[in-house]
Design a protein around this ligand. Structure first.
Ligand SMILES: [Fe+2]
Length: 337
């Protein structure tokens, strides 16, 4: 994969990686200073308490000193640095704990890129889900970047949502971005609670492992989903789903709805992923190369950037099965739902 990335572009990515490391360092420094302040304030309160009672006479000025120290101590406690910026937090930590078979520098840079984006969104984080799925990683990437599967595989949960137009295609250094319009055909679609009937959705391939989906909801609010698909071996990958939003709904309610929605969409995706896994993986690459459909543009971009190295790997050769026509694949997945 690294062959496709110029030294200049790699430099930018390494800068991002350094930014993440710097953020972590600053976060640790702030937490350290705060922790050091606690015994200091406790010592001050203890000192004022001893002074108050030592002479058997309680003077107003000594009471004032004790209250002042206690007040500042309470204030100090409320200044506790947010642990949200810590890389030990669950969703970013899950990425960090991931170990790749061949620890290339480029691979670390990709993970740092994903971590940087997730730290950027951290304050809006709502839920995380993590799965080990028994299908090759490339099947997950194909599924995520195939816009049309929203209409077929997710026909039930999205209630006849249609992709009506791809409005922007933008290649980036190590990925690309697609903007596309979706329409809620049914007037009774429950998604109308969240969004306008027609909205422009963005799908971004950040790295070969990280995909972001941005969905506008009412009043300039957004729901952002970060998918991380991390290959474990030729037949398994780790799949991480993190959902963020600046919606001002009660957080527990929003988290409950999003957990349910994420589980439902995965339940719909599983038969589709299994059928992709039975397909000759080489066919997936060829369908990416050969397709002129704009709804497959982002997968073609993935194949252009990373196809050569993946095609030569065992991961591609490992799966040999009969070719299955895409339309049959989609309809069969729906039937299984
Ligand atoms: Fe899906």
């Amino acid at each position: 994969m690294s062959k496709n990335i110029s030294a200049n572009q790699t430099c930018n990515l390494i800068k991002n990686s350094q930014f993440v490391e710097l953020s972590l360092l600053i976060s640790k420094l702030r937490s350290g200073i705060w922790l050091f302040g606690i015994p200091s304030w406790l010592f001050g309160i203890a000192d004022r308490s001893v002074a108050l009672f030592s002479d058997g006479y309680i003077s107003p000025i000594e009471v004032l000193h004790l209250f002042t120290a206690s007040f500042f101590f309470m204030g100090w406690l409320s200044l506790k640095p947010e642990t949200e910026t810590s890389l030990d937090s669950s969703e970013v930590g899950a990425l960090q704990s991931y170990q790749y078979d061949s620890p290339l520098r480029q691979h670390e840079v990709y993970l740092s890129q994903a971590q940087a984006r997730m730290l950027e969104l951290k304050k809006q984080h709502l839920i995380s889900q993590e799965y080990i799925l028994p299908v090759p990683y490339i099947c997950q990437i194909y599924h995520l970047l195939n816009l049309k599967h929203l209409e077929t595989v997710h026909n039930f949960s999205l209630n006849n949502l249609k992709v009506i137009k791809v409005s922007q295609l933008q290649p980036t250094t190590i990925g690309g971005k697609v903007k596309f319009q979706t329409v809620l055909v049914s007037p009774f679609n429950a998604l109308r609670i969240w969004r306008q009937p027609i909205v422009e959705v963005e799908l971004i391939l950040h790295t070969p492992y990280t995909v972001e989906l941005r969905i506008p909801v009412y009043n300039n609010k957004k729901i952002i989903v970060i998918f991380n698909a991390l290959p474990l071996n030729n037949n398994e990958h780790r799949f991480l789903v993190d959902i963020y939003s600046n919606l001002e709904w009660p957080k527990p309610m929003l988290q409950g709805i999003l957990h349910f929605a994420a589980c439902l969409t995965l339940f719909e995706d599983l038969p589709y992923l299994h059928q992709l896994a039975q397909r000759n993986i080489q066919r997936l690459f060829n369908s990416g190369k050969g397709s002129n459909q704009e709804t497959m543009w982002l997968f073609r971009r993935f194949v252009d950037l990373y196809g050569a190295s993946l095609e030569g790997s065992q991961q591609v050769r490992a799966i040999e099965a009969e070719e299955i026509d895409e339309s049959v694949l989609s309809s069969s997945a729906i039937a299984n739902n």
